[in-house]
Write a protein that binds this ligand. Structure first.
Ligand code: AMP
Ligand code: MG
Length: 412
């Protein structure tokens, strides 16, 4: 059992509900070139300016024919050629066919395209070994996308599925929601930036590095306020700077109840706390509140806790604030625990595990080992969270558990 009362901790579901219901998406819009739009979010629905394909064209290399000319014995002369990018433009005499390549516009009057594998070519012309059906091997204009149709909704993050589609429509500029501005700092007298030697009792600042990477993945504009000493005045200044320049301020450390933990105290002073104690592990002290302008999230100091709370709480918040209305949390799947998992009832656990499929295609999961909230290597060893319900105790090998495969925030 955890050796403290957990009944005053709010559940992660309640926390998420507050994060999303007490905040609203930014609405400023900017125009960007399609080539700069990767990861951005559509501000408006995108309407197709074209038919795709723009004209009826051949799906095969073969012959464009009129059905009335085709009989099993007919040998028909070839009256011309149609290539992709170089249409047939001459007269098409009755009783002849046109040689045509994939993607070439079908000449007016074409009923079907017969593929070349079903044609025998001789000096006199072509004979077909199969009879065509009306419309065969013709891709119709607008068959894929009709001019005027909505191809993307508003609130969609633009990636490899979306951007080439817009390119195929000739869309060169697109209206997107402006980037969310996120300021961040780490707190702690013990912290040093990477690249400087450590003195006695110092450690490197892992969290700012981790949070930066995750913010980059979410295409935020980052304002890095550095490492802030455990000093109320320095913290006050950092809060002020974040509030002035960002939509969201994220700190790490100093949200516990130790003697150098001033983050919550300053938040109390300069803003309004919504909640700061969660029934989750790792990550019990996680503060959320409102400053004058900006929102504030205070991540716990332990690096695993900082990453897990960012992933589980700040990620959906940022998606929401950025106007990404299609963001989905990673799917929870059932897997068989292949190793015992230690747990005390009272908090929802996000342990790190290694998920694989067995020969029958069933999911299995093994622990990454030590689950301490300072053991960052559990992320490099693992590929999934093992999500253990709040009231559940230890898990025996063979029990079913929920798992959540890491998304690109943790695994590119
Ligand atoms: P705190 O929440 O400030 O009490 O920090 C909890 C633990 O996390 C302490 O062991 C800190 O040294 C450690 N810690 C806090 N911030 C960081 C950071 N940015 N990088 C690595 N460890 C940290
Ligand atoms: Mg600290």
């Amino acid at each position: 059992m955890d050796c403290y009362n957990t009944s005053d901790l709010i559940s992660i579901e309640q926390a998420l509900e507050k994060l999303l219901s007490q905040t609203s998406a930014i609405s400023d819009v900017e125009d960007v070139a399609l080539t700069d739009a990767a990861g951005r979010i559509t501000a408006l629905p995108v309407i197709s300016p074209l038919n795709v394909p723009p004209f009826a064209n051949s799906a095969m290399d073969g012959y464009a024919v009129r059905l009335q000319d085709i009989t099993p014995d007919a040998v028909l002369p070839v009256a011309g050629k149609a290539f992709a990018g170089s249409p047939f433009s001459g007269e098409w005499p009755a009783g002849s066919v046109i040689r045509i390549m994939t993607g070439a516009p079908v000449p007016a009057g074409t009923d079907a395209v017969i593929m070349q594998e079903q044609a025998e070519l001789s000096e006199q012309g072509v004979r077909f070994t199969a009879m065509p059906a009306q419309g065969q091997n013709i891709r119709l204009a607008g068959e894929d996308i009709r001019q005027g149709a909505e191809v993307l909704a508003a609130g969609v993050r633009l990636g490899t599925a979306e951007l080439p589609l817009l390119a195929s429509l000739g869309i060169a500029q697109i209206k997107v929601v402006r980037k969310l501005k996120v300021a961040l700092f780490s707190t702690g007298d013990e912290l040093q930036p990477v690249g400087t030697p450590l003195q006695e009792g110092q450690i490197y600042d892992t969290n700012r590095f981790a949070v930066r990477l995750m913010l980059e993945q979410m295409h935020c504009e980052i304002i890095d306020l550095g490492i802030i000493r455990d000093d109320p005045q320095a913290l006050r200044e950092a809060f002020k700077a974040g509030d002035l320049h960002a939509d969201l301020l994220i700190s790490s450390g100093g949200v516990s109840v130790g003697e150098a933990d001033f983050t919550k105290q300053i938040l109390d002073e300069v803003g309004k706390i919504s909640f700061w104690k969660l029934a989750m592990k790792p990550g019990k002290p996680f503060a959320f509140g409102q400053l004058n302008r900006a929102l504030f999230c205070g991540l716990p100091g332990n690096p695993v806790s900082a990453v897990v709370t960012f992933y589980q709480l700040v990620q959906p918040l940022i998606a929401h604030l950025s106007g990404d209305t299609h963001w989905q949390p990673p799917a929870r799947l059932k897997a068989k625990a292949m190793t015992p998992l230690k747990k005390s009832p009272g908090r929802l656990d996000f342990q790190r595990g290694i998920v694989s499929a067995n020969a029958q295609g069933e999911l299995e999961v093994r622990t990454t080992g030590h689950q301490g909230s300072h053991v960052f290597s559990s992320f490099t060893l693992g590929n999934a969270f093992i999500v253990l319900e709040r009231e559940r105790g230890s898990v025996k090998a063979g029990e079913l558990v929920d798992v959540e495969l890491f998304n690109p925030l943790l695994r590119f």
